[in-house]
Design a protein around this ligand. Structure first.
Ligand SMILES: Nc1ncnc2c1ncn2[C@@H]1O[C@H](COP(=O)(O)OP(=O)(O)OP(=O)(O)O)[C@@H](O)[C@H]1O
Ligand SMILES: [Mg+2]
Length: 243
């Protein structure tokens, strides 16, 4: 499924956060978004899933302009386009199993209890989690909560996945497992992915294209090889970190 952003604008009061962002992602591609803290990366993803409404511009998903849909229509969009949030935001009073099952029950009402359990376990194991299905979120570590929230979104099997810093704060082994998972989803299920990340090393390794944002604008866009030759100072600063 393709995703195209055209001249997207978003202000909070007088402060312009997104100042005309445009890019296109072909089906099955992995796009990394890099940018310093506070530059509008999370705001951009929230506009795509309809949690924030843009002040201008268009968002095209699978040939449909989705930025002005009603809340009911967004329910259907979220089955096609899922977001993994920067902070886990699990339901405190639901077990890990029920947290992951929640979206599955809503989007796939015909699944049996057994099918739901099987699916929950499969996606938890993909993010290296086992034996905590009956625990509550506050009984597991932050890094585990982050992985559960990733499993919860991926279990719905959307064709477009948005990951907001999926590996920030995780150990190197889990970071690697999650990066491989993103790569495998894109290769085997042809999922189109956007990954917001500070991890230039990983971006160069698994991205098809990289967008660099600065002060609400796209300052660089290209393949990892193209990025390595960039003349843009901010890009060079990001690259310096991997040498
Ligand atoms: N709901 C909101 N209301 C008002 N301002 C907001 C809101 N959400 C975000 N902002 C502002 O928009 C700017 C961009 O925020 P955003 O969270 O997108 O940054 P980011 O690039 O994701 O940063 P980080 O790398 O730290 O996660 C910030 O100045 C933030 O304060
Ligand atoms: Mg953010």
């Amino acid at each position: 499924m393709s995703l195209e952003i055209k001249n997207l604008k978003k202000k909070f009061g007088e402060r312009t956060v997104l100042d005309g962002i445009s890019f296109i992602i072909p089906p099955g591609d992995i796009l990394f978004i890099l940018g310093t803290s506070g530059t509008g990366k999370s705001v951009l993803l929230k506009n795509i899933v309809g949690l924030l409404k843009p002040d201008g511009g268009e968002i095209w998903l699978d040939g449909e302009e989705i930025s002005r849909l009603s809340e009911e229509d967004y329910f259907l969009i979220r089955k096609k386009c899922g977001m993994v949030f920067q902070h886990p935001a699990l339901f405190d009073s639901l077990t890990i199993l029920e947290n992951v099952a929640f979206g599955l029950r809503r989007h796939y009402p015909n699944l049996t209890e057994e099918e739901i359990r099987t699916r929950v376990k499969k996606f938890l194991s993909l993010v290296n989690i086992s034996d905590v299905e009956e625990k509550l979120p506050q009984q597991i570590s932050y890094g585990m909560q982050k992985r559960v929230s990733l499993a919860r979104t991926v279990a719905i099997e959307p064709k477009v996945l948005l990951f907001d810093e999926p590996t920030t704060g995780l150990d190197p082994v889990t970071t690697n497992a999650i990066n491989q998972l993103i790569k495998n989803l894109s290769r085997t299920l042809k999922t189109t992915s956007i990954v917001v990340s500070h991890d230039m090393h990983c971006a160069l390794d698994i991205a098809d294209k990289i967008v660099v944002l600065d002060k609400g604008k796209v300052v660089e866009f290209g393949t990892p090889a193209e990025l390595k030759k960039s003349k843009v100072k901010l890009v060079q600063d990001f690259l310096a970190e991997v040498h």
